[in-house]
Design a protein around this ligand. Structure first.
Ligand code: NAP
Length: 246
């Protein structure tokens, strides 16, 4: 389905991003695993993909750094000639109630989750415009749709990703580039493993399907949006959340 396509997945060293990279590689794409601090995990992801018969390479870049993202895009275009799929998955949480939230925790979350998404699109859209094609998929969150106590910074960043997605979809549609967002609910990764059992139980009670999602639940939707089966879908926010946001 994705033969001859090159895909850049940010934050793909572990968690949902790694599973997205694996899934796109299984569909035939050459996948670039972007990471920030976890080089060993990124190499592990690359080896896993290669063992499964896929093609992958790794690239270190802090997505919140505008100039570093420009260099990443330039380097990758030089090496691969084209980039067809961009998945903005890199993200962090720094949860706290608003009265206790530090300014630096607000800024860090906005800088990585929202500005990081802007940075990669800002630099890669030029190349996709030249190619007259491209699929951009941004990972938002149910928190960005419904809000979530303790996540003022995170919810704001993920709501911002939705606004960015819709605007990019309008700006880039005339050149055959689609831009969509996927909004996961609670997914079983290191991001949620830090939650206490009580919080997990309370979260499950809010999920009509009664369980956390798996990274593959998100990756399958991303692979669909990255394929030509989704050519007529743009500017949408697809919830993959077990029904949380019904
Ligand atoms: P995770 O397990 O904590 O993994 C986060 C990934 O982001 C890592 O690969 C990390 O790479 C990368 N990353 C962090 N900061 C970065 C930066 N500045 N530049 C480049 N990469 C960076 O998180 P996850 O649960 O897989 O979440 C993935 C995405 O899904 C995030 O956008 C998250 O907000 C969203 N999401 C998750 C859930 C959930 O329940 N898990 C729910 C809704 C939405 P390094 O280790 O190399 O820094």
């Amino acid at each position: 389905m994705l033969e001859n396509k090159v895909a850049l997945v940010t934050g793909a060293s572990r968690g949902i991003g790694r599973e997205i990279a694996r899934t796109l590689a299984k569909e035939g794409a050459m996948v670039i695993i972007n990471y920030n601090g976890s080089e060993a995990r990124a190499l592990e992801a690359k080896e896993l993909i290669e063992k499964e018969g896929g093609k992958a390479s790794i690239y270190q870049c802090n997505v919140s750094d505008f100039d570093a993202c420009e260099k990443m895009v330039k380097d990758l275009v030089k090496e691969f000639g084209h980039i067809d799929i961009l998945v903005n998955n890199a993200g962090i949480t720094r949860d706290n109630l608003i009265m206790r939230m530090k300014e630096e925790d607000f800024d860090a979350v906005l800088n990585i989750n929202l500005k990081g998404t802007f940075n990669t699109i800002r630099h890669l859209s030029r190349q996709m415009l030249k190619q007259k094609s491209g699929k951009i998929i941004n990972i938002s969150s149910v928190s960005g749709i419904m809000g979530n106590a303790g996540q003022a910074n995170y919810s704001a960043s993920k709501a911002g990703v939705i606004g960015l997605t819709k605007t990019m979809a309008r700006e880039l549609a005339s050149r055959g580039i689609t831009v969509n967002a996927v909004a996961p609910g609670f997914v079983d990764t290191e991001m949620t493993q830090v939650l206490s059992d009580d919080v997990k139980k309370a979260a499950c009670a809010q999920i009509p399907l009664g369980r956390f999602g798996q990274p593959s639940d998100i990756a399958n939707m991303v692979a669909y949006l990255a394929s030509d089966k989704a050519d007529y879908i743009t500017g949408q926010v697809i919830s993959v959340d077990g029904g949380m946001n019904i």
